[in-house]
Design a protein around this ligand. Structure first.
Ligand code: UDP
Length: 387
């Protein structure tokens, strides 16, 4: 296809969405300009070497790649060498360390028992609140699923700290991300393909963007006013920003990381959660354990806590409660009237997205654009509806 003379496509944001769309379109012969407001690519999966210890740091918190989608797995492996990595998370609750996700070891340790799988299943079924037929809230889901004791020990305090509201205000879908297992499998994820890019995510995204058809502009925010002259815009910037906060800011949780170093091994695992409400942080990440093939004497850790995002904070988790969903509906209506602009990714669609889903949606979005533009048809504002 020869489209060398046609107008370029603009992409706001050099995270996973922007990079995958840029690459797909560039390989189809388009010229792509990527605008990134930060001074680095890769969005919140950005990784960098710690200057003091040399450890590879997940700058915006832990990112573990996991997927069942073979094409997504092939895509990331095309741009980075992946090493096997299984996420095994521990949690500290009431002065003891337990295995997560809640599994047979957690149950036996917590209740001081030696249950076999079927016994544990029956025991937990006896604890579960059977009056809750169709759980709607996080709390109902937990009570119906594991009963009050495990809920209070492992989920209640952590969730209050993470989301800043009682779990009875949150949707059940948040808890559905976590399994409960009646065996000793402590793998945090079920997915077939799991791993970690050997040199981190930023070189992977750099390789995606390394194409003669792609130009990347760092520290260059892109806004609605800059659209003219482009054949199309894909925006992974926050949806509310794009429209000048016309309906107020969409609520996010932001994270604070308190960095500290340690000589040796601080906690023996990559992620230690802190379930108790009276511990002010949610988890401690010891980054060198994300790269067990490397060897470092020094260690760098992040103590992580969550709070409501202010206007100058980095948005992490979309809150998506009733108020935010009503606002979101207003922004979605505005977006539907926008010409030649498609909103993508976690910030463009105001959804909590794992990395693999982000890549899947970006591939689908770019391919849809290629079909639509070839057919002379308009591209929708959203490929996956945000509501
Ligand atoms: N969660 C919890 N206790 C934990 C870990 C998670 O209650 O020890 C809840 C919490 O509400 C969190 C949700 O489960 O927001 C999803 O957890 P996940 O580990 O997927 O969160 P992420 O690592 O993506 O922040």
């Amino acid at each position: 296809m020869s489209v060398g003379q046609s107008r370029a496509i603009a992409i706001a944001g050099a995270g996973l969405s922007g990079a995958v769309i840029a690459r797909t379109l560039a390989e189809a012969g388009h010229r792509v300009e990527v605008f990134e407001s930060r001074d680095h690519i890769a969005g919140n999966c950005h990784t960098a070497r710690d200057g003091e210890t040399g450890v590879l740091v997940h700058v915006y918190g832990p990112h573990i790649f996991h997927t069942d989608d073979a094409e997504v797995w092939d895509t990331v492996n095309r741009f980075a060498r992946f090493r096997p990595y299984r996420n095994r998370v521990k949690t500290t609750s009431g002065g003891q360390v337990y295995s997560l996700p809640v599994n047979l070891h957690t149950i036996n340790q917590f209740f001081g028992r030696t249950f076999r799988p079927d016994e544990a299943r029956a025991f937990i079924a006896g604890k579960a609140d059977r009056t809750i037929a169709e759980p709607v809230t996080f709390e109902e889901q937990a009570l119906a699923f594991v009963g009050r004791e495990l809920y209070e020990a492992f989920f209640k305090g952590y969730t209050e700290k993470q989301w800043g509201c009682p779990p009875s205000d949150l949707p059940a879908s948040i808890l559905k991300r976590l399994p409960v297992r009646f065996n000793y499998d402590d793998d945090y994820f079920f997915h077939r393909f799991q791993g970690m890019p050997e040199e981190g995510y930023t070189p992977m995204v750099a390789a995606m963007l390394d194409h003669p058809g792609i130009a990347v502009h760092l520290q260059t925010p892109f806004s609605r006013g800059g659209r003219d002259g482009y054949a199309h815009v894909f925006s992974s910037a926050p949806l509310d920003n794009w429209f000048g906060m016309a309906y107020g800011s969409l609520g996010y949780r932001t994270l604070d990381f308190e960095r500290f170093t340690f000589e040796g091994d601080y906690q023996g695992c990559a992620v230690m959660n802190y379930a108790d409400a009276d511990v002010p942080y949610t988890r401690i990440t010891e980054h060198k354990h994300f790269a067990p093939w490397e060897s470092h004497d020094g260690s760098v850790c992040y103590r992580e806590s969550a709070r409501a995002a202010g206007p100058d904070d980095i948005p992490y988790y979309p809150i998506r409660l009733v108020r935010e969903k009503a606002q979101l509906a207003q922004y979605v209506a505005l977006a539907a009237g926008e010409t030649a602009t498609t909103f993508v990714g976690r910030l463009g669609t105001y959804r909590y997205l794992d990395m693999d889903v982000t890549i899947r949606e970006a591939l689908d979005c770019a391919r849809l654009y290629l079909q639509k533009s070839a057919a002379g048809e308009p591209m929708p504002a959203f490929v996956t509806p945000p509501l």
